[in-house]
Write a protein that binds this ligand. Structure first.
Ligand SMILES: *Cc1c(COP(=O)(O)O)cnc(C)c1O
Length: 353
């Protein structure tokens, strides 16, 4: 605390990201990073950026990246917003689209950055409990007065997806609220709401390069939606930072989309490992929620999750444990490469014997 802090800063409780320890040989399954490197084309494209180009400011509109994304996803460039990671894209969505007199709604168990943004931007919010199956029930959101709704699909940290039809029911029930669907994990088997953006002007779909494209370190995210929603976000961005996307990030991100075969192969490898690890943990007695992401959310019937997390850590494996009362019996385990998955399962077998 300092006398120089503004009154707002005094009230903030910042988001705490999963730790990034610098321990050699650590098996890091705590932040849902991709175990595989990005396509070699990504590094090649970044190497090809000249020093002289870096002397100059980048394109404030990131047109090259928007063109690439537009072509791949079948939308227009003015239906795309790009930012420095989807966390930043979400921040712009909160500022531009989610602050209204009625409260913002999101699940009680979800990405814990949402309440942090709401507090930072002075947005009133209400948490809507997941049902007993740990699913988002659209009926709980359909009839409530609200200024906006946001959730990940699939949800995090549960990994459970919502079908497209449920998203459409919600869009029909809440035509006057902006509905943000955070699709950080959709490439691992979820159903995207993208086909609905032309039909529903209140839908914003948010994506990231951090998980399925192995580029958490590059910081690239984007949103797709009606051009008027995007324009609102651009107004905020252009009142804050003209150049959130640097030249290297744009070059790398464009190249990632240029190597679709690599992308599909690595996503499939992770999905295969997820299915195998799910079965193996079930054989050890764990309950594993049905994940369509690159992580699983699992609970042991008797041994406390905190104890398991500590036991794993002693053996240089880190996973995520949340102290939230509803989920403190669960571990969130990111899907690693086959060798890491094998070691994780072997170590849990040891700890639960
Ligand atoms: C990882 C994650 C993000 C953030 O992604 P970045 O693009 O790395 O900022 C956003 N939403 C959810 C639900 C995530 O899990």
């Amino acid at each position: 605390m300092s006398q120089f802090w503004s009154p707002l800063v005094r009230t903030l409780t910042p988001y705490v990201p999963g730790e990034q320890p610098k321990i050699a040989g650590l098996i890091k399954l705590n932040t849902n990073e991709n175990p595989y490197p990005p396509s070699p084309a990504v590094m090649a494209a970044m190497h090809a950026v000249s020093a002289d180009a870096l002397r100059l400011y980048p394109d404030p509109d990131s047109s090259a990246l928007k063109q690439t994304l537009a072509g791949y996803h079948g939308v227009q460039p003015n239906e795309i917003f790009v930012g420095n990671g989807s966390d930043e894209v979400l921040a712009f969505a909160f500022m531009a689209l989610l602050k209204h007199s009625a409260p913002l709604l999101f699940p009680d168990i979800t990405y814990s950055f949402y309440p942090v943004y709401a507090n930072l931007f002075g947005i009133d919010y209400e948490e809507v409990p997941l049902n007993d199956a740990m699913e988002i029930d659209i009926a709980d959101y359909a009839k409530r007065e609200c200024g906006g709704i946001i959730f990940p699909n699939p949800n995090a940290p549960t990994g459970i997806p919502l079908p497209l039809q449920k998203i459409e029911e919600l869009l029909i029930a809440q035509p006057n609220a902006v509905i943000v669907v955070d699709e950080a994990y959709v490439d691992f088997g979820g159903e995207t709401a993208l086909p609905l953006i032309r039909k529903y002007p209140n839908l914003l779909v948010v994506r990231t390069f951090s998980k399925s494209r192995s580029l958490a370190g590059l910081r690239v995210g984007f949103a797709m939606g009606n051009a008027a929603l995007i324009e609102g976000m651009e107004r905020v961005k252009n009142s804050f930072n003209s150049y959130p996307m640097d030249r290297l990030a744009v070059a790398g991100a464009v190249a990632s989309y240029g190597d679709d075969a690599y992308f599909r192969e690595k996503v499939q490898a992770i999905v295969d490992s997820r299915e195998q690890m799910t079965q193996e943990l079930q054989q050890l007695g764990f309950t594993v929620l049905p994940s369509r992401t690159n992580f699983i959310f699992a609970r042991h019937p008797t041994i406390p999750a905190e104890q398991l997390a500590a036991g794993l850590r002693e053996r240089a494996i880190i996973v995520r444990h949340f102290k939230h009362p509803r989920i403190d019996q669960y571990l969130r385990i990111s899907i690693g490469n086959p060798e890491e998955c094998k070691l994780l399962v072997q170590t849990l077998a040891l700890l639960t014997r």
